[in-house]
Every structure is written in C-alpha cells, then in structure tokens.
Design a protein around this ligand. Structure first.
Ligand code: DOR
Length: 430
C-alpha cells in the first residue's frame, strides 16, 4: 500500500517539522519516488502530528488460556486504536511460556491474529512460580522480548540470580515484577495508607515493592545483566533506582499512567480502583513524576490487564487486580501531563516510544526519516472525547477514565506501512 500523509507536523530529529510523509512497501520514502503516484491514498493530516508508533512493553493479552478476558485479536485491535505499533505480552497465560513448545502456542496465535507487532515474554521460572527451576531460557531467546514472571515477584533470590546470569549470557533483559510476599498480609487489596485504615481494608505496603527492587539491584550490581523494573509505584523504589543508575548499575524501569494521575485519595469502593501494585500516596505520585522528568523512569507502559465484568464488579475486596489501558494511555497522558505543563510532548514520545525501542532493542523508527520502517501514528491533539468503555476494542472495560473527557486522539495508525486503525480521515486532492 502506498500512502501519502499530507500537511502534518512530523516528529524528526530536528523536532516537529511540517511536511508530507510518503510511505511505500513498508518504509518511509522520499517524495521524488512518488512522482507517479498510483494505487495509493493521499490522506489529509492538516493540524495533526505524526509520531513514531508507540511501544508498550507491558501488556496482558491473555491468550492462550484466558480468552474470555482478552485475546490476541481484541488486544491488538485495542493497541492499534491506542497508536501502538508494538506490544510485549506478559507470560501469565496458560500454558506458561517457559519452554519453546509452550511459547509456540502463543507465537502461532500471534501469527494468525495480531494486527500490530507482538513480542511475547518468556517466563523466568518454570511454571512462573517464582522459585524452583528456571524456564528454558536459551531455546526461547530468539523469540522473546526478555524474561519476566509478571503477576508475581520472584521470591527465590537464588532463582533470580541464576536467571540474571543466564540472561547475561544470552544478552537478554530480565523484566521484574517486584513483590516480596513476606511483606504481604492476606487479603491486601489497596495501598496500606489512610484510605485502607479509614475504610477497614487490608493494605499492601510499599516495602513489598521496594524491598525486592533493592534485593535485585544488589544482584544486578554483582552480575551486570540488563534489568528492568515493572510498574514502579513507590517513592522508595524511584530513589533506589536513581541511586543505582548514578552508581552505574544497568537498570531501567517503567511506570503507568494511573500512578501518575491518581493516588489513594481518589479511591472509591469499586473494583476499577484495584490493581497491583496499588495506587499509592501523593508523595509517591510526586516522586514518580520527578522520576520521569529526570530520566530515572525510562518508560511509560499501560500494564493493560483486562478481566471480565464479573471479575471486576466485586468491589475492592473481591475484584481481580488490573485495569485496561491501551486505548486511553496516550490521551490520558497528553491531557494530564502535557496540557498541564508537566512535560512537553517530546518527553511523552521519549517514554512511550523511543526509550522502550532502545532498551528492548525493538526495530522501528526513532525519527520519521526516509528509509525508516513505516511504523507511525497520527494524532489529533485538538480533539476532545469522552471515554466510553463500551466502545473499546478490548474485552476488558474496567478503566479509571470512564466518563472522563480527554484531549488528544489517535486518528490513524500505520504498522509496516499498512493502516491498522483509522478514524475520520479525509482524502486529499493535492
Ligand atoms: O493489576 C495487575 N494485573 N497486576 C499484575 O501484576 C498482574 C495483572 C494481571 O495479569 O491481571
């Protein structure tokens, strides 16, 4: 498919530049190769911005095993609508991708149904149980984004150490959900803070996260493998990672839109406020924003974690942990951080696209120049819209943004030169 995207502000190494972008056979090409433009589309992108396609290194697509929550098709359609070219899928599926045979089940489904690029994770431990034996890391290494036991922390320090040694040998990254279960009380469902105390809920303390972050940082210091911390939510984790980076430790990390917008002070007695890690205090939120701004936090991910309505309608105590995010991430961050002057649009592109590509060595453009792979999304930054989960492509409908007015909308998404999502685009005559 040949495409000409006219009159947009295009993200390049020199900042945003107003120009026309030409796409042919999956690549960005020069305008001169379009002298005889045939069999293509000329799309009017006036007043829109074109960004390199977004990359989310933390999503749950639930296939194989939990297709009632999400599947590769619905999850990647949600990603396409969110402006993503690439998503990395977490291994809490069934069968657990802990060997090539199991991973193949997911790879087959991806080949058959994905509308954006999906790179799965392999698990760290066999069965993703956080202890015992390592997964068959080597045989999966060509096909995985890295290794993670996401959903649970790796409780055994020895298993984490062995995994880091093996990851270093294979030159792959360990992606750690940090949660020290010895710190957890049965039934913990929200942050161990003022809302939990005043409403009689069992809390999840900050130490359950930062103690394991600190344990792992010591291991990385010793072993020197690539290591990335999942969904950082506490100020102590941010500080520990900042200090480790200053000491030259090879660590990167991510946080999610909800931790940057909401705190425990926003909690209501509704399952949509329940995710793991939980929304923390105002001070934690402030530290996360500072962490993004000073480069301690490298990536913004959704932790898109769809569940059925049944699983989410049981209040804070009884609901499953997790909310969806792919279809609201860009607009929620643009509205709450960029428009409020917390960070420029370029920084959002850095943490939602450039850094994840660099850290995870994912191919695709870092600047929309001739010769680059045509993975890009067009956003209309003027457009306001009200979040209506019933319109989501995702099967998961639990979101903190239901009914909220957001500004900034993905209107076109192109992956490998093919349009995978569009909304209201007009053809252009010249
Ligand atoms: O809230 C969460 N949901 N946190 C996790 O770590 C796992 C995820 C899920 O898979 O539902």
């Amino acid at each position: 498919m040949r495409l000409c995207l006219k009159h947009a502000k295009v993200f390049t190494n020199d900042g945003f530049v107003v120009k026309d972008l030409f796409v042919d056979r999956g690549r960005i090409v020069s305008s001169s190769s379009f002298d005889s433009f045939k069999d293509g589309r000329i799309v009017d992108c006036t007043n829109c911005y074109i960004l390199p396609g977004l990359v989310d290194v933390h999503v749950h697509l639930r296939e194989p095993g939990f297709l009632y929550k999400e599947d590769i098709e619905s999850g990647t359609k949600a990603a396409a609508a969110g402006g993503y070219s690439v998503v990395c899928s977490m291994p809490n599926v069934n069968p657990v991708p802990d060997c090539m045979e199991n991973l193949n089940v997911q790879l087959e489904a991806i080949k058959e149904k994905a509308v954006v690029k999906v790179i799965p994770y392999g698990s760290i431990s066999k069965g993703r149980v956080g202890r015992g034996e390592l997964s068959s890391m080597e045989e999966m290494s060509r096909y995985v984004a890295g290794y993670s036991d996401d959903g649970c922390g790796v409780q055994s320090e020895d298993v984490m150490k062995q995994a880091m040694v093996e990851a270093k040998r294979l030159d792959k990254i360990i992606v750690a959900h940090c949660e020290d279960e010895s710190e957890l009380k049965a039934g913990g469902c929200i942050h161990d803070g003022m809302f939990a105390r005043s409403h009689g809920y069992v809390g999840i303390n900050s130490a359950s996260e930062y103690k394991q972050v600190m344990r792992d940082l010591e291991l990385v210091k010793e072993i020197g493998c690539k290591y990335h911390v999942c969904h950082v939510s506490t100020k102590e984790s941010v500080e520990a990672i900042r200090k480790a980076k200053l000491d030259g430790v090879k660590v990167t990390c991510e946080t999610c839109p909800h931790y940057l917008i909401y705190t425990e002070e926003d909690l209501e007695e509704d399952g949509k406020w329940k995710m793991n890690p939980p929304l923390r205090s105002k001070e934690d939120r402030k530290a996360l924003i500072e962490g993004i701004l000073d480069g301690t936090i490298d990536c913004l991910v959704t932790d898109h974690a769809p569940h059925s309505e049944e699983e989410k309608n049981k209040g804070l105590d009884g609901s499953a942990f997790g909310i969806v995010g792919l279809e609201t991430a860009f607009a929620s961050m643009y509205t709450n951080l960029v428009l409020r002057g917390v960070m420029p649009l370029e920084k959002l592109v850095e943490v939602m696209c450039l850094n994840p590509r660099r850290i995870f060595e994912i191919e695709g453009p870092r600047s929309l120049d001739v010769g680059e792979i045509a993975d890009l999304c067009v956003v209309n930054l003027e457009k306001e819209w009200v979040v209506d989960p019933s319109q989501f492509y995702s099967k998961g409908k639990s979101t903190l943004f239901e009914g909220k007015k957001l500004q900034g909308r993905v209107v076109l998404n192109v992956v490998d030169g093919t349009i995978v999502y569009e909304e209201g685009m007009k053809e252009c005559k010249n």
